[in-house]
Design a protein around this ligand. Sequence first.
Ligand SMILES: Nc1ncnc2c1ncn2[C@@H]1O[C@H](COP(=O)(O)OP(=O)(O)OP(=O)(O)O)[C@@H](O)[C@H]1O
Length: 740
Amino acid sequence: MGERDYEVRRILDPRQGGAPAMGRSAWEALAEARRRFIADGVLLAPCPALRPEIAESWDRCRSAGVDPDATVLAVPLSDEDRRQVMAVYGGLVEAARPLMGIIDDLHLADDYIFELVARNGVTVLQLGNLVLHDVVADGSIMNEPSMGTNAHTLCMRQKTPLSVVGPEHYCAALHGLAALAAPVFDKHGIVIASLLLTQPLPAEPWSEDYQKLLSHALGFIASIASALEHQLVFQDSLAMLAATGEKLEAATEYGQRARHVLDIAMGFTNEPILVLDAAGVVQHASPEAIHLLHLTLPDVVGHPAEDVLGLPWAGVLQALGDGQGGEVIASVGGREFGLRGNAVRSVAGGALDGLVLVLSEVKNARGRASGAGEEASITFDDILGNSMAMNEARDLARRYAMTGENVLIIGESGTGKEYFAQAIHNASRAKGPFMSVNCAAIPPRLIESELFGYESGAFTGAERGGKPGKIELADGGTLFLDEIGDMPLELQATLLRVLENKRVMRLGGKAYRQVDFRVVAATNRDLGAMVREGTFREDLLYRLSILTVPLPPLRARNGDVVFFAHYFLNECRRKAHEGPTGFTAEAERLIATFPWPGNVRQIKNAVYSAFYAAPGEDIAVNDLPQYVREGREGLFAPLEAPTAAAAEGEAAKPGDAPTATPPVTAPAGMPLPPRGEEPGAADGETVSVPDELLSLQAVEESAIKLAMVYAGGNVARAAELLEISKATLYRKIKEYGLRQ
Ligand SMILES: Nc1ncnc2c1ncn2[C@@H]1O[C@H](COP(=O)(O)OP(=O)(O)OP(=O)(O)O)[C@@H](O)[C@H]1O
């Protein structure tokens, strides 16, 4: 239509376009001009009735050798060719048929033939009652070379509606006809066909009425051509719409299938996952997420994040939508959950398509808290000591931390094994949880459920909804197996399998969960000897001990003892904001030479106890625990009600401040150590404590008692002094059968 350079309106006026008005003389002059041209090949000049396009057509016909006297015009078309043409023009024919039918309603003509002629001259649709069999064979190709000057070929050539009447036709066989034709353009402005109305000429074709009728008929045909073009565009749009609809349908179907697949896939993951669309509506939820949130699938899927997680979607997007791995905390049903998010974009850098949220309960989401509520806050920078032995241990552990492999830490009690475990965790998996299990502190029959967790109903007393084990909770982080030497033999094989496969099954469960965790194990026992005794599995030891960090006892760390004494003194001052500022020379000498079997913990406790006991500027020998003053390697004695002799003796010691050691008495309800275990103590004599009573457990037990004394029975304060969590202290109080 873009090429259309005429207007239908103008054609209705015969003076402005289409067929020029022709009176009788003009008609006769035209006929004469044609006769002369056919005969001589020359045009009579001037002949106003002869339009240039008609004259040019005659010229082309003559040059092409068209026979002006042929009786049968047009070139026959094979059936096959015709089928092909019809296949191409089928759509156009269907569109044109109702429009062309209007001619009947208008009674514009009596005898006529109204045709839709393809661009190549083949009639593809024919209406009307005029029979032209004698002139044009049915289903033939009608074009200029086959039938001389004609209206439809010329209108397509000229790209405008026009008429060819009587003697304007080159071939005499058509002289009795008037043909009116209008081109049909496609949406690109290319002529694809023409509409052709053919009628027999009346007796007086030059009459004014007939000339007017011709003009109106041409306008009508041009209008139909125009309507047909619009219809084509409309059909095109419909087709496009239909195609788009089909594509949409296909896309919707594909989307539905993908959704179904994802729904099923969700059932296979043990991760608590929520998938949200760009508007923040939950589209999928894994069973684990449903389980963790204590909700049902219909409570979650199809609901906005705001309703499910209680968080404004805009805030979630801001925190997690940039794909930088942030975390937000959501509170659902009074419990807190960490949400880590992965932004989904189908085009890199493009608009957000959705968000995949991985949930975890806050206690392990933050990656710090262990089951006992302890925090893995220690880094290698917090591990003090400048002795060569200590530096070597620290360097070794730092290197091992980077390997991601399991690490075994061996050392006496109080040498800093847990400190090292935390430092390794924070150097390699700080973002993950640090879960610690003290194999010596948990009754053997409970270790299994503590480690592996259980499903609801796994055993009598199991929590409803089950409980994840420490291994599961350590996912993405570190499992610290303290006192691994106390791991029950029957569990060692299972643990080994878990270490090898990195997957666990809860007790009473049916499915394995893949867990990504690293084990740091610690012991103060000789695992090699235990293997020889048959109480520790060799294969487990091998698995755990590939990277071993031996921690030197304090007595092997040259210079560290005095360093720690001052360090802990300063720590006390920082906490108390007052108190002694140093040690007397003699107290420092005593500290430096004491063997400290309880290592750093012991010296720390000794300094803390002296700090709160010392009345003066400096901590003196008298302020130090009695067992230190007496050169004994334990804490047992100081908790004893001091004998008068002992108190005197201490007070009389030269070089110390002239103050008596404050009598250490247990507050009401605080049990004193079992005297019966101390040979000779029953009769009140001061005796040296046998070595076996200075076992590490005794050291710990005594430290607890001492801390409780100084904390006035306040567990929180005592825990602070001992630098352990309240929960651990409660556990140890229970373990040692102490009363608070
Ligand atoms: N290198 C160190 N720097 C600072 N403090 C230390 C160091 N080593 C140990 N400590 C102190 O000693 C305490 C005991 O350390 P830790 O619990 O790590 O020892 P452990 O070897 O695990 O002991 P146990 O075997 O009895 O459990 C710590 O709470 C800390 O206060």
